[in-house]
Write a protein that binds this ligand. Structure first.
Ligand SMILES: [Zn+2]
Length: 708
């Protein structure tokens, strides 16, 4: 018998359907598994195992599990997994029961082969691998195979069962998955505990969540601090033959130069404007590319204000019902090996009346732009409207309509017009227009371009002009939207470069960056991490726009005081090392070493002069004695304060003060000697200027002292 372990119950049911499809008779339901022909099909519930906590590797001497610096940082030599626990720390009885059942099935003497049917990604790979390795601990090994499914239709499944590879072919994928899991643990557990102990506030620190929150923080701060520049543009909107013709000059004037702007307008208006050429041409527009997950999420966010977590959940459901292909894909291309499958989907759609045709094109089929999954497409199973909910229909039809646009038999034909107008020898103006003549594929694509019509001008016509200075404002940067944040995370290093990579331009560079691991997070993880940042109260999503929240500002500002930078450069360095593991070029240990080195750096003592010190110590640290009441002064969440506050003592200080953290070392000196050495880098709230100063005690109050 062959034992198949699926990642989830729904996949197990689909696999049993696929086996029946190949003529194996009817499935028999057993307790926790399905028996059909030569197969036993069972399932996990996603992750049955999770990594053990720090206390497993380095318990505190007193056996306490309270967070403490005693066992930080923790870099386990060997990582251990344990059965997944509930939030209260108890083992989930359902998880335990299912694992015992999997173990019993693995060990059945008549089972001579075990098949990993995790989802076709690194997470699915390790979910089932961990079940098998724990189940077979101390047992003689059995042959292992991998069932790899690009979609969950019965035909694909029965076909894939005949083409299974040995599980070892996926060892690199599993290694990358494990390395990612370990590294996220190292960052998450060590730095979350450290930052929380320092600030006295729960800080959810992670390798990818921090650069995401930081990006939104930086952008919102830039918007808050933006002061618009006023300038004058020279614009003419005079009518020619009763139709307004808008001409905008390339010249601009700063706000002090209104007189010069007016003078230039007068000079322009003294000239005559003549149409020097009118060019018309017919053009054929290419449709957009098929959707990757994030491009689909961008579209749904923009059109329906659908959050990424909602769209992913719906796409996942449609995949499990067999209507869409594997969703967590980062490619907008199809594998050349899938041409027959695509032909079949096109046939199904044609039966429903869609005018589609198979196309051989490098803009559709390109193996060099696929890591492990093709773009999202419908399958040959096309649902009726009545089979889908309203929200499901929005998502399904977005994917289906893009597919129909790409394979549409009809071209989209447009007429383009370009009119050139010369204003004496002062300036030449170019007006561009476009009219859609035949819609073609645009019938199916929502990102339809609008017509831009031009006034009916002919060569030699005189255009009426009336240039005037028009007051304009430079505009602030824009808040991140679902779309722009996704684009940034996919390629965080492109931003400053040319704003290329619009649809239909060459995207080879972009794919190279993704395959090298330069992106922040992955197509499979990003949605969950952003959702986590929202649930933690660091950011919020209003319609499809992200904003930083006070807790997120506190997080980023506290981390930078602690010297935890976790910027995109460091995150990308780890990302690159994980991709090397995936390609078999380096070991799991190598990539762990890179992460450990960086984490160790946070914990290492810093040699820094007191003037530059920003180390605030740990929440609860005692820094000296209150000059008013004699009780202890300790680190609080927002600075330092007297323990006698309940008895009415108000002694204390906020940190940061004028934008600068007050270090523990300075507080100790202040309370001991009454004055600190000069601290550098305060910023005046009023003037925005930076200054250096000592702090001194004066009649039980803390004051700036500029005498040094
Ligand atoms: Zn006091």
């Amino acid at each position: 018998m062959t034992l198949i372990i699926a990642e989830k119950p729904s996949l197990a049911r689909n696999i049993a359907d696929g086996i029946r499809h190949s003529g194996a008779g009817d499935p028999k339901r057993r307790d926790g598994y399905i028996e059909i022909g030569e197969y036993l099909v069972t399932w996990a519930f996603g992750h049955l195992f999770s990594l053990c906590d720090i206390e497993k590797y380095s318990p505190q001497p007193n056996g306490s599990t309270r967070w403490s610096m005693v066992n930080l940082p923790c870099f386990p030599q060997e990582f251990s997994f344990e059965l997944r626990k509930n939030s209260d720390g108890s083992v989930d009885p359902g998880v335990k029961k299912q694992f015992h059942l999997i173990r019993d099935l693995c060990c059945r003497p008549d089972v001579d082969r075990i098949v990993n049917a995790g989802d076709a990604d690194r997470e699915g790979e390790i979910i089932v691998r961990l079940c098998v390795s724990h189940a077979m601990e101390g047992q003689p090994q059995k042959p292992n195979a991998r069932l790899w499914l690009p979609d969950q239709t019965p035909e694909t499944i029965s076909q894939a069962l005949t083409e299974m590879k040995d599980a070892a072919a996926y060892d690199n994928l599993a290694n990358e998955g494990l390395a990612r899991t370990y590294i996220d643990w190292l960052y998450g557990v060590n730095l979350t505990r450290y930052a929380t102990l320092k600030t006295g506030t729960l800080m959810r620190v992670g390798r990818v969540i921090i650069p995401i929150v930081r990006a939104i923080y930086d952008r919102d701060l830039a918007i808050r601090n933006f002061t618009p520049d006023i300038y004058y543009a020279l614009i003419s909107r005079a009518e020619t033959n009763g139709i307004p013709v808008e001409l905008t000059s390339k010249e601009k004037f700063p706000k002090e130069q209104l007189a010069q702007a007016q003078a230039m307008c007068d000079r322009y208006n003294a000239q005559s404007a003549v149409v020097t050429s009118v060019k018309k041409k017919k053009d054929i527009l290419a449709p957009g590319k098929l959707y990757s997950l994030s491009k689909l999420q961008n579209f749904l966010g923009k059109k329906y204000k659908m959050s990424m977590s909602e769209s992913l959940e719906i796409v996942q459901g449609l995949y499990e019902k067999g209507y869409l292909t594997y969703p967590r894909t980062n490619s907008e291309y199809l594998a050349t090996a899938e041409k027959d499958k695509i032909r079949k989907i096109i046939e199904s759609a044609k039966k429903l009346g869609y005018p589609l045709v198979f196309k051989e094109s490098k803009t559709i089929f390109d193996d060099s732009k696929i890591e492990s999954h093709s773009a999202l497409t419908p399958t040959y199973k096309i649902p009726n409207k009545s089979q889908l909910s309203e929200r499901e229909m929005m998502v399904y039809s977005a994917v289906f309509r893009r597919f129909a646009a790409v394979f549409c038999a009809e071209d989209c034909v447009v007429h383009r017009t370009e009119i050139k107008i010369a204003l004496g020898d002062c300036e030449e103006f170019t007006l561009k227009g476009m009219v859609i003549a035949e819609k073609g594929w645009m019938k199916y694509d929502d990102s339809t371009q609008k017509d831009r019509t031009l006034p009916p001008l002919n060569k030699g016509d005189i255009v009426q002009i009336d240039f005037r200075p028009v007051e304009k404002e430079t505009s602030p940067p824009k808040h991140y939207t679902i779309e722009t944040l996704n684009n940034y995370l996919k390629n965080p290093f492109r931003e400053d470069k040319a704003k290329a990579a619009k649809e239909n331009t060459d995207d080879t560079e972009e794919y190279r960056a993704i395959f090298e691991g330069l992106e922040l997070g992955t197509e499979a993880t990003r949605t969950g991490i952003i959702d986590n940042a929202r649930k933690s109260g660091y950011i919020e999503l209003k319609k499809d726009v992200y904003h930083i929240l006070p807790a997120g500002e506190f997080l980023i500002e506290s981390l930078s005081q602690m010297g935890i930078s976790m910027d995109k450069y460091k995150t990308a360095e780890v990302g690159r090392s994980l991709k090397r593991v995936f390609r078999g070029e380096s070991s799991v240990r190598d990539s762990l070493d890179i992460a450990q080195k960086e984490i160790a750096h946070v914990f290492a003592p810093k040699e820094i002069s007191l003037g530059e010190d920003t180390d605030i110590g740990f929440f609860g640290d005692t820094v000296g004695v209150c000059p008013i009441c004699g009780k202890e002064v300790t680190r609080t969440k927002r600075g330092y304060g007297c323990r006698g506050y309940k008895d009415g003592c108000k002694f204390g200080i906020f940190s940061p003060l004028c934008g600068r953290a007050i270090p523990k070392s300075a507080m100790e000196i202040l309370l001991r000697d009454g004055r600190t050495p000069v601290l550098q880098g305060f910023v005046s709230k009023k003037s925005g200027k930076s200054f250096d100063a000592s702090l001194k005690l004066e009649n039980g109050e803390i004051k700036f002292d500029f005498s040094n």
